[in-house]
Structure formats: structure tokens, C-alpha cells
Design a protein around this ligand. Structure first.
Ligand code: 5AD
Ligand code: SF4
Length: 439
């Protein structure tokens, strides 16, 4: 009899790719993917704890499984990822949801197969959280679900300890994979027909720091040198480590997309200092200037946080003015979320919710106006789009430009995975609408 798995993923791209690794492990045990949780023999929640709402979202979904689990006693429920890796959270989770069969963390994701076998031979829940990050997990074979895009981890963990951020506590210290392994993986993916490679790390710019391996710009160059037509992206970059050498490599290679995600978090020097970001507003603007000097049409995207402890109205206005000055092509905006164990959680002057709410609304309005304006600049132009998917509801294909703009268009045949020239007729906020241009 066929066995089925269902994975729910919360949080960032890193987690999406880790769910592909979980899927690889489950496929190795003979499970197949299924659309509905109701049909699954094993359900995995790959959680995130970067903000409180991500955590609550997971708790809500795990709670909703109680009824199904009561009906289907043999169904295995596993919870893993960043949430469970936090100190004491596995025990809390077990108490709250005693029907969860397996609890694992970020550091032992690659052992999920063993934990499942253990559970099958054991009545009691299997709760195993590894405290130490160990080395990098080279052996994980992901089951990729995002053709024509493929993600490759180049670093794991983070050494930056931004004062608001839980990531260094749940993902451990920064470790880099060996460049030859990364290049071999990229080569094999391109050979298999993947058209877009995204290199992943919390701070890709510090790749291989302190080792004798090649630098991040050299790694990009080596991958861009692989034969074939494909796009190369990377995320995330920390502004303090963004170098002129990197800007030059982007400029020199057509395959490297003119699209850089450079999270600024705040436009106020006082807040940046309290966040332990280790750059000033001026440093950030200088980096943007260098980037634009070499790559004038580079689309820069960013992350912004409002309501950090002690953020005054003036500080917030500095963020608004920075957003106006840089003209981000789009931005992710967040309300500061207090994370237990971080330095910022112990700071005085936590900002009242209504103040943060007001600020996020004002910020979103500005960011959206910027994004709309930038989308309009594509209208009337012909843009190369990599088709990624088909939207059944809209009856349209969709894909992105190298700048990361989403475009929708019609096609009589399946064009997923193809590079197409699309003439843009209109822009609708963040996305574009156009027609394929035949050459
Ligand atoms: N509160 C709000 N946003 C956060 N981020 C990280 N930690 C927090 C937090 N405690 C945001 C940052 C980061 C992005 C991935 O998530 O903007 O760049
Ligand atoms: Fe968190 Fe800062 Fe590391 Fe990014 S660089 S993961 S925000 S600690």
C-alpha cells in the first residue's frame, strides 16, 4: 500500500529548501507527497520562530490536527525546525500537544529518517533536539519542488547577533560548505535543466570567512562560468560585508541577476546601533552608491523593522526618508517582535502596539507607492521572463524578470522553464501583465 506525507512549511526560503530536504528523506523511506493532510500517513510541520506570529501560526495548525490524529491513530505527526530548537520549547510543545509523535530541531533534521523508525518501534513520543550544530549537512538529498528554480545552501547559521534576532540561537554559528561541492551541485542542477539557481545563507557575503576556501564573489564567478543559459541569484546579504568586488562580479556577468536583497532594517543611526547592525545609514547609502555605480539598473530590495525598542518618531521618520532616498524596488516590512533570549528582549522602552501599528501602516503605504511606481517603468518595454508556473485561477502563466518582478501572460502551450520575451502592457502594483513576443 502506498504511504503518503504532507509537509507544512513556515517562514523563509531557507525553510522552504529544508522542507525539500525533509521530502527527500521521506521519499527515501517510500513515502509519496499528497495534497491534503487528511490523506497523509506522516505529517511534518517545519516551523519558524523569527516572529511571534510565525510561531502562533504553527501552534494553531498543530492544534487543529488533534481531531484527525484521534481518528487516525497510526498517522505520525512530526514537528521540527526553528521553533522547537529554542531552549525549552520542545518540552512546552510536548505538554501542549501530547499527540505529537516526533519533535526534532534544526541541527538534527538530517536524522529525521532514524527518528521515524525509532517512533515506529516505540509507543512513546520521540523528542530529540541536538544542542550543537555539528558540521554542514552535505549528505541531504533534497526532493526539489520548485522547477525551474533550485536553491543551494552555501552557509548555515549566523555569527552576527543582531540584537532583535533569534536566528543565531536556533541555527548556530556560521558554517560554510566547500566551494567544490557547491559548484558540483550547481553544475548537476543546470545539467538537469534547472534555469535559476539561488545561493542561500543568512549572510552570503561572509561565505568561507576565516577558511582557505574562495570568497563569495569568486564563488559567484565560478558558478556563472558554468556552461548553459541560467540565472544566478543569492540571498541574504549583510550590508556590512557587501563589497565593491561583489558589485563588479554582478556587473561583469549577465547570468547574475541585477537584483540584490540588502536588508537595511532601519534608517536611524541610533536604532541601527541598538540593533547591533554594525553600519550606519551613511555606510548603507555608500554601499548602494557603489552597487549602482557598477550595476546602474540593479533592483534593490530590503527588509525593514518598525517599533524596535526605543524607536522615536524621529527615528521612524529617518526610515521613511531612507526608503524615499534609495527607491527600493520592493521591501518586506515587519513590526518588531520580542524574541525571548535576545538582547533586545531585555531592553527598556518597548514600543506600544498601537504606535507600531501606526508606523507599519505608514511605512507600507510608502513602500507600496514606490513599488507601484517602479512597476510602471516596465510598461511598454519587452522584458525577458523565466516562466515559473501556471496560475489556474487566472488562466495565465507567470514568471519573473531578472529584477524579480512578477509578470503574467497567456500561452497556448506549457512554457514553464522557458525564457520568453514578454511585452509589458500594464502594471498592477507588484506584478506586470503582458504578451509573449515571438522572434
Ligand atoms: N522582529 C521583527 N522582524 C524580525 N526579523 C528578524 N527578527 C525579527 C524580529 N524579532 C526580520 C528582519 C530580517 C528578516 C528575515 O526578518 O528584517 O531581515
Ligand atoms: Fe538575524 Fe542579523 Fe543574522 Fe540576519 S544577520 S540572521 S538578522 S542575526
Amino acid at each position: 500500500m502506498e504511504k503518503y506525507y504532507h509537509i507544512t512549511t513556515y517562514g523563509c526560503q531557507m525553510n522552504v529548501h529544508e522542507s525539500e530536504k525533509i521530502a527527500g528523506i521521506l521519499a527515501g523511506l517510500g513515502y509519496h507527497a499528497c495534497e491534503s493532510i487528511d490523506d497523509a500517513d506522516i505529517v511534518v510541520f517545519n516551523t519558524c520562530c523569527i516572529r511571534e506570529n510565525a510561531e502562533n501560526h504553527a501552534y494553531g495548525n498543530i492544534g487543529m490536527l488533534k481531531k484527525l490524529k484521534a481518528k487516525k491513530k497510526d498517522m505520525i505527526v512530526a514537528v521540527g525546525g526553528c521553533l522547537t530548537q529554542q531552549i525549552g520549547k520542545a518540552e512546552t510543545l510536548h505538554k501542549k500537544f501530547p499527540y505529537v509523535d516526533i519533535i526534532f530541531g534544526t541541527h538534527n533534521l538530517n536524522k529525521l529518517g532514524e527518528l521515524i523508525l525509532k517512533k515506529q518501534n516505540n509507543k512513546k513520543p520521540v523528542i530529540e533536539i541536538e544542542e550543537n550544530e555539528g558540521s554542514v549537512c552535505e549528505e541531504d538529498k533534497p526532493l526539489r519542488t520548485s522547477y525551474p528554480n533550485a536553491w543551494i545552501n552555501i552557509t548555515y547559521g549566523c555569527n552576527n547577533f543582531c540584537s532583535y534576532c533569534i536566528v543565531p540561537y536556533v541555527r548556530g554559528r556560521e558554517r560554510s560548505r566547500r566551494s567544490e561541492d557547491i559548484i558540483a551541485e550547481a553544475k548537476s542542477l543546470i545539467g538537469d535543466g534547472y534555469k535559476e539557481i539561488t545561493l542561500l545563507g543568512q549572510n552570503v557575503n561572509s561565505y568561507a570567512n576565516g577558511t582557505d576556501d574562495i570568497s563569495f564573489p569568486e564563488l559567484l564567478q565560478r558558478i556563472a562560468d558554468i556552461e548553459g543559459k541560467f540565472r544566478l541569484r543569492f540571498m541574504t546579504s549583510h550590508p556590512k560585508d557587501f563589497s565593491e568586488e561583489l558589485a563588479k562580479v554582478i556587473a561583469a556577468n549577465d547570468k547574475i541577476c541585477n537584483n540584490v536583497h540588502l536588508p537595511v532594517q532601519s534608517g536611524s543611526n541610533a536604532v541601527l546601533k541598538a540593533m547591533n547592525r554594525r553600519y550606519t545609514r551613511e555606510d548603507y547609502l555608500k554601499k548602494i552608491e557603489i552597487l549602482k555605480k557598477y550595476v546602474p539598473d540593479c533592483a534593490v530590495t530590503t527588509d525593514l523593522i518598525v517599533g524596535f525598542p526605543g524607536e522615536s518618531e524621529e527615528d521612524f521618520e529617518d526610515t521613511l526618508s531612507l526608503v524615499r532616498e534609495v527607491g527600493f524596488s520592493s521591501a518586506f516590512t515587519f513590526v518588531y517582535s520580542k524574541r525571548e533570549g535576545t538582547v533586545a528582549a531585555r531592553m527598556e522602552n518597548q514600543i506600544p502596539e498601537e504606535v507600531s501599528k501606526d508606523r507599519i501602516m505608514r511605512l507600507v503605504e510608502l513602500v507600496n507607492a514606490n513599488t507601484r511606481e517602479q512597476s510602471l517603468q516596465f510598461v511598454g518595454k519587452t522584458v525577458e521572463i523565466l516562466c515559473e508556473d501556471y496560475d489556474e485561477k487566472k488562466n495565465l502563466y507567470l514568471g519573473r524578470s531578472e529584477h524579480g518582478r512578477m509578470a503574467y501572460f497567456k500561452s497556448p502551450t506549457n512554457v514553464v522553464g522557458e525564457f520568453l520575451n514578454v511585452r509589458i502592457n500594464s502594471a498592477n502594483g507588484v506584478s506586470l501583465l503582458g504578451d509573449i513576443v515571438k522572434d
